[in-house]
Design a protein around this ligand. Structure first.
Ligand code: ATP
Ligand code: MG
Length: 409
């Protein structure tokens, strides 16, 4: 059918034509916002799940919900080894601007505090000269005179508590709230995690309307509780998983119907077999199936014809791009994991605890300690995660299957 009208959208963070099966989280978040607006104690939401299940697009949808309530919102993506201070300042800057408090004096004051906060970033210990000059010249782009003496001690925990309190105070004065969205939360640095928890804890106690909403890989809870044991009382973890058959059908069907097309029931069943309900796969297979189908409705045959092309596109865009980030030693580790997981039932999801790292060592005939560097850097690259001690799992659904096929070729 006409590729120009193809509604499907495979790609990281690509807004799907239909956000299917996430009503529980969306409704739950409305309750969170309403309670926080009323100064009630409420745990914030952190979306956790494997790669490509739709955490980022759901986080964006939650942000839209906050915007609809005229809250000030800002978003950032955590990156490994990158301090939170500057990206958070940029996100909060956006949030305060969206809030556009009626009282300009209040706004300028809080922006001034934000500026001091942003400029307090300690210079990194090891940088080349060129880089550090660039950093020295960095300016937060905040159009207000800096207000020194608040949120600029250099201790991120103290500073965040002060900054959040002041910004939330302005929002409360305007009868609204602030929501900060942090994607890839597992990549936050330990000090920053502690500081965020401490600040959220303080705000909760004061009943101030500022909420931090997160998304990340399945081991985010472990990352947060390693820094602050009380993190479980601050955040409610919502597992974002593959879609059930009804939601998967809706994700395919609604966009097709909007273009005057449809799928047969058999086609939807065939689609669920190949995608296992993983949102990224639904978009990828849906896109090719639409293009190869000669006419509506799309049939099970069309899905079969589309499968090889869908798979090769996923092999490049979804699996290959990640595999390429691994060094030879890391690839060896990944392939060993794939072999060990070969016996697991299809559609291994994060509910599964993965495999024992000791099994991988046995398979490779190596001492477990000698494999730690490869394992740790794969975790840092976000390709694998460890939800419990001594066990390891792929963050990418069907990655084991992809690696085994590749080895067979
Ligand atoms: N609820 C949904 N219904 C239909 N399609 C969806 C849904 N959620 C996500 N998608 C699609 O799945 C793909 C992946 O979404 P997204 O990038 O948000 O995943 P993610 O969990 O953030 O992945 P990563 O861990 O790699 O960042 C996108 O193409 C998106 O359009
Ligand atoms: Mg994402």
């Amino acid at each position: 059918m006409d590729p120009v009208r193809n509604p499907y959208a495979p790609g990281a963070g690509q807004r799907p034509p239909e956000l299917a099966g996430r009503d529980t989280e969306l409704d739950g978040f409305d309750v969170v916002l309403e309670r926080i607006a009323r100064g009630r104690p409420e745990r914030s939401l952190v979306l956790i799940g494997l790669r490509g299940v739709g955490k980022t697009v759901l986080l964006n949808a939650l942000r839209s919900a906050a915007v609809r309530r005229r809250w000030g919102t800002g978003k950032l993506e955590a990156r490994p080894d990158t301090p939170l201070r500057r990206p958070l300042a940029a996100a909060l800057h956006q949030a305060v601007r969206e809030l556009s408090p009626a009282n300009k004096e209040d706004a300028d004051h809080v922006l001034g505090i934000l500026k001091s906060f942003a400029m307090k970033e300690p210079a990194p210990a090891t940088t080349t000269r060129g880089k550090s000059t660039l950093r020295d010249r960095w300016q937060p782009g905040i159009d207000a005179p800096a207000v020194p003496g608040r949120a600029d001690s250099g201790d991120i925990e103290i500073d965040l508590v002060e900054l959040f309190t002041d910004i939330a105070g302005v929002a409360a004065g305007a009868g609204r709230g602030i929501a900060v969205f942090i994607d890839e939360m597992q990549d936050l640095m330990p000090d920053d995690v502690s500081a965020l928890c401490a600040a959220c804890h303080e705000l909760g106690q004061q009943g101030l309307p500022l909420v931090v909403v997160g998304a990340g890989l399945p081991h985010v809870p472990a990352v947060l509780s390693a820094s602050k044991s009380y993190s479980e009382r601050l955040f409610r973890y919502a597992r974002i998983d593959r879609l059930d058959p009804e939601a998967a059908a809706q994700a395919l069907r609604t966009p097709a119907q909007e273009e005057g097309a449809d799928f047969t029931e058999e086609a939807l069943t065939a689609m669920y077999e190949v995608t296992a309900g993983y949102p990224y796969f639904i978009q990828a297979y849906g896109k090719v199936a639409w293009d190869v189908a000669p006419r509506s409705p799309i049939t099970a045959d069309d899905v079969r014809v589309a499968a090889p092309e869908s798979e090769s596109e996923l092999a490049v865009g979804f699996f290959g791009s990640r595999y390429e980030r691994a060094t030879p030693a890391e690839r060896e580790y990944l392939r060993a994991m794939a072999e060990v997981t070969a016996d697991l039932p299809p559609g291994v999801s994060m509910g599964d605890a993965g495999v024992a790292t000791s099994e991988i060592a046995v398979l490779l005939g190596r001492k477990p300690q000698s494999l730690s560097p490869a394992r740790d850097s794969l975790i840092k690259k976000g390709l694998i995660y460890s939800g419990e001690r001594g066990r390891i799992a792929f963050t990418v659904p069907h990655f084991g299957r992809y690696l085994r096929r590749q080895a067979a070729d």
